[in-house]
Design a protein around this ligand. Structure first.
Ligand SMILES: [Zn+2]
Length: 486
């Protein structure tokens, strides 16, 4: 199957309807710009690889890792790194001082490009690089323009067309509508005309009081993809259904075994798909019109990647690192938030581990999160579902329903905060029982100095799109990562 066979085919040579740029990266860039003395007309220029990818609302432009280094020709690749994924061009971000307008008209845009980014053709592997220019003024004005990479000679000077939406995946999942300033409307999303019941005043009365109407509606309209419907994942799914989330996709290829019945699943389902046992358990709780999309495929399938491309957040509740790595790779490639939740019981007591990684804030390789590093290559070499290690005690001594439910509920709260609060970077939360029977809670944030991460996964896959995630590339990246000092 082609990697993006499930995504709609784009019109010939269209302009994107949105730029998807991780909020964490934009925040870092704005901090850099504000720390510099004002030097009109523009103070800072950053660039990132550009990938154009079909999306439900039209063609989407994905931004890779942002860099403020001077644009220059791509350096030769030392050693034998994995083949870089294909790109379509460059995203240029100009952070301008208050009042500094963007260049007006095609000729002025071309002149600006020649003056400020003359090396754009050499700084991308694309043969006919397309460009997206995001002009951000420090007084809050934004302009987004697209320049086609492939234009017939008869078309004359290159045209710059407005892009109507800026998506900032990250805390708050903000979407900036620029249609009023561009005159170009985004294509309606496929479900835009479907009735939206909104919160139920009676059933949601406590949630309405806790969140407020608009935030609750925002939560309920989120599209969540859950990878893993085991002890933690099934409780997480149950909680999201009770919250009234309208679109929940569950990716889980496994079948029920007797020991799986301590999850939130229907009884007497031994041998049935886990997603079916979960559906039987929650079906009486679903809201009118809510979609529980059950996908009995491995997370390594292209189908899983195409679903993650449409998610607001990806929850990973699996007990093996290869599945975590695949989910993280898809989340990186599509600029999606990842929340990985795991529990274990150690000799000194139970532990829960939650890792929230908003788009652009690193991955489980560079900020930590894999416990079976040495087995990753072996697991990735297998086709189909990634098996749980034969001896589960290699990674934990057992599991407790109480801690699985605790971890899932804490994860849901982290997710709610992430979807509602603008900004915020990566957050790790660890709960641990002490030998004396106490409870320790530790929060920490991985350091982020704003520079592109020297991480093979982030530098290669972030914003690189569906086609960039292949078994061959993941194996090469794992080898590079294991060989490096990280
Ligand atoms: Zn990374």
């Amino acid at each position: 199957m082609r990697p993006n066979a499930l995504l709609p085919t784009p019109n010939p040579d269209p302009a994107p309807t949105a730029l998807c740029l991780p909020r964490a990266q934009l925040d870092t860039l704005l901090h850099l710009a504000l720390a510099r003395p004002a030097q009109p007309p523009h103070t800072l220029l950053a660039h990132a690889p550009l990938v154009l990818q079909p999306a439900p609302g039209g063609l989407q432009a994905l931004a890779g890792p942002l860099s403020t280094q001077r644009l220059r020709a791509l350096p030769p690749q030392p050693g034998h790194p994995p083949e870089p994924p294909p790109t379509h061009g460059l995203v240029l971000v100009a952070v301008a001082s208050p009042g500094a307008p963007p260049p007006q008209g095609d000729a002025a845009c071309e002149a600006w490009l020649l003056q400020h980014a003359p090396g754009f053709r050499l700084a991308t592997a694309a043969i006919n690089p397309a460009l997206v220019l995001l002009w951000l003024r420090l007084d809050g004005q934004a302009t987004l323009l697209f320049r086609h990479g492939r234009q017939p000679a008869s078309a004359g000077a290159p045209r710059w067309v407005p892009v109507p939406q800026l998506h900032l995946p990250g805390g708050g999942m903000q979407r900036v509508d620029l249609a009023a300033t561009t005159g170009r409307q985004p294509d309606p999303e496929p479900d835009a005309n479907e009735p939206d019941p909104g919160p139920d005043d009676r059933r949601d009365s406590r949630h309405l009081a806790a969140f407020g109407a608009a935030p609750l509606r925002h939560l309920q309209r989120s599209h969540i993809v859950l990878v893993g419907a085991g002890r933690v994942g099934s409780v997480f799914a149950h909680g999201l259904v009770r919250l009234g989330v309208q679109r929940l996709t569950v990716i889980e290829p496994d079948h029920m075994e007797p020991h799986n019945e301590d999850g939130d699943v229907a009884p007497l389902c031994e041998g049935r798909p886990k997603v079916e046992a979960l559906q039987r358990f929650v079906r009486g709780l679903q809201r009118p019109g809510a979609v529980l999309d059950l996908q009995p495929w491995p997370v390594s399938s292209a189908r899983a990647g195409a679903l993650i491309a449409q998610a607001d957040a990806v929850l990973v509740c699996v007990d093996n690192d290869a599945a975590r790595l695949w989910a993280n790779a898809w989340a990186l490639a599509h600029n999606r938030c990842l929340l990985a939740v795991a529990t274990r019981v150690q000799p000194q007591g139970a532990e829960a581990d939650l890792r929230l990684l908003p788009a652009g804030s690193g991955c489980l390789a560079c900020v930590g999160g894999y416990v079976q590093r040495a087995e990753l290559l072996q697991q990735l070499a297998l086709d189909g579902p990634v098996p749980t290690p034969a001896d589960f005690r290699q990674q934990r001594q057992g599991s407790l329903r109480s801690w699985s439910a605790l971890a899932a509920h804490l994860g849901q709260r982290l997710l709610e905060q992430h979807l509602l609060r603008p900004g915020g970077g990566a957050l790790f939360r660890q709960l641990q029982e002490t030998p004396q029977g106490g409870l320790q809670v530790r929060d920490w944030r991985p350091e982020d100095d704003g520079r592109p991460r020297a991480c093979p996964f982030c530098s290669t896959l972030q914003g690189a799109g569906q086609a960039a995630v292949t078994p061959q590339r993941l194996r090469a990246l794992v080898r590079l990562w294991l060989d490096s000092a990280m």
